[in-house]
Design a protein around this ligand. Sequence first.
Ligand SMILES: C[S@@+](CC[C@H](N)C(=O)[O-])C[C@H]1O[C@@H](n2cnc3c(N)ncnc32)[C@H](O)[C@@H]1O
Length: 337
Amino acid sequence: MRVAYLDLLKLSLCDLAGSSTGSVGRMEDGRLVSRRLVGDDRQVRLVGMDWPLQGLTMVGLARLDDLQRCVESVVGDRVEGDLVEAGAWRGGASILIRATLDSLGAEERTVWVADSFRGFPSSEAGGITGGRDLDDDAPFEFLSVPLEEVRDHFSRLGYEDGVRFVPGFFQETMPTLRGRRWALIRLDGDTYEATRLTLEALYPGLAVGGYLVVDDYGVIDDCRRAVDEYRSEQGITEPLEEVDWASVRWRRETAGPEEPSAPAPAGPEPSVADAQAAVADRSGAEVPTDRERALENELEALRGRFDRAEVEAARGWGGVTERAASWVRRLANRRRP
Ligand SMILES: C[S@@+](CC[C@H](N)C(=O)[O-])C[C@H]1O[C@@H](n2cnc3c(N)ncnc32)[C@H](O)[C@@H]1O
């Protein structure tokens, strides 16, 4: 029941529970266009390749599945600390973190949701426009979601408790989060500055066994550069694991020199056995589940879709890249029985 609830929640956060979904894309000149996706067209959402018109997260189902597994893993392994997302937009990924914790009885851990809640600082706009000057402010407005709206998404789904919002640009807010202990850090600020600032402030507090997730490593050069530089400067050698075509993560294996003084969460973790069972269920299965079988069928259909999408991209519909298409093909091949 727990897994079924979280699966349904993820579909709902991605706006994939209905028969169609609204999708927002950028034209070559940066202007936004929206269209309805029906049937197989909705598969782009599965892999987080579009901006949802109404959905509460743009990261897609594959990244949400992985995020859930990471949360289950840190609870199951009793990795100390809170969980934080830096760059939350409408809040969907953070809602899943809170929901997964609650489903495991780990209510005492706090989810920190850091965002300007008014989009990107203008000085960093080049990070999402590829350096182009846009005539249209629509992409920035689309990415600016006010705090009250995000708070409302949490409460509508029943997640008012155990959430701390950190409103403001990272330049101002990140120093206030230094010295805390983290079990999971999710970075989704896209630009070099946002990625660098959040790494510097948060990574020293990541507990051994905790996860550092970077949403855009595979797709935004500036984000990748910030991560590579930081890892090299800090001598971080834990291998990068590919989450999907865009996202990577690593799990901390050794403590760094800078240790936070914030206390670990008090008391034993409730339902740890549940959490350990959940992790074991999800990672050890050799026989594909119904859902994996369904996914295989969907991915089969995707290959055809991407061939058509490439033609469409050439006509100016943004978002579908050759890199993403090849990742999907690889995933489909990997999942073949
Ligand atoms: C790609 S969106 C995040 C997507 C989100 N994680 C999801 O689940 O859909 C990037 C977010 O980072 C925020 N952001 C970017 N740079 C920032 C900065 N310097 N300070 C604060 N927020 C920033 C934007 O406001 C935006 O909400």
